[in-house]
Design a protein around this ligand. Sequence first.
Ligand code: SF4
Length: 380
Amino acid sequence: MKQHIPKHYNAFTCLASDCPDTCCAGWEVVLDEKSQSLYKNTSGEFGKRLQSAMILDEEGDIIFKSVFGRCPFLSSHNLCEIYSTLGESSLSETCRLYPRFFNHYGAFQEAGLSLSCPEAARLILDDPHPMSFMSSNSTITFSLEEKLDAKLLSRLLNARSAGIALLQNRSLAYPLRLGLLLDFIVRLTASLFTADPNTEAPLCSEYQRNVSLQNRLNDLKRNLPTPDTPLLKTVFQLLKSCEHRSVSFTHRIDTAISLIDSEPFTVSELWPISSTQSHYAEHLGVYTLFRYFLESVFTYEPLIHAQYTAFASLSTAVLAAAAQRQAGRVLTPVEHQKIIFSFSREIEHSIPNMARIEDSLVADERLSPNRWIAFLLLKQ
Ligand code: SF4
């Protein structure tokens, strides 16, 4: 099956015992049926260990009972005992595939690396060049259960390409690109569900030309409401209300909230232009749009994905700026990447957190697209 992937995708190798933050601790791994059956039928002492570690969780899934927050098969050297005893093919689907993600759309599928893994985050963020994509043939395929509107998918693919190109337009400061992305998707949503598939083509090309982008920026700046600091406070109150797996993440949120109140962040602190890490924000935005935007073929809600792209970009920018203020120096790439992969672990990989954030982005007037656009465009 044809597969679209980012170019860094095939470079991934798990760091195993050298990983600074193993994925085998802090998370529950749901065991798929094939793995459950394999583990139930494994004989000997190791089989007994597997069988006694399998429990039913509150959601009705079979998981391994963690020991002090760690997978019971993670050795003291941070190596997987299932891998070393039974071989890679005996790993559960989640363990075998992570940090890869797969999205399937009938005739093709897309795959990528999740930002929640430190090594994947390094591969995604390190390269200063714009993130690029390619096609390959995949041996890992999934069947599509949901009905798919092929025409809508094709329109969404065009719109996402235009959105990614806009986020990678380095002639504009990153917050301007984000604000224009939201503006583009607001206007696109109005035309996307009409019968004429050519309705949005002029709109897509309008957001590719620098002259029309500048005209649009001028129009927006004249007509938008005054930007308000409550947006930043609202974003961080929302993050504070989410469930946190690690105390250090809660601490980062609390630090950011106290700094938002006492000494507001400037745009150049949030999105420094000359920093060697200034492309991190762009890569995070492109990653988010690539990973989630096509879900709208099932949900019919493209705007929520543009809003979440802005939400993730602003949250990680503030967390990095807060850490930098505390350190009194520029963050190292490793420190900055840790902030981004921790955010992905805590927020993006939590179904309740993502549901809470998406509900707020839809229903909370303080987080409406216009408020975002005003904050991103006018706070310059
Ligand atoms: S977080 Fe990534 S690098 Fe670390 S152990 Fe898991 S897959 Fe390997």
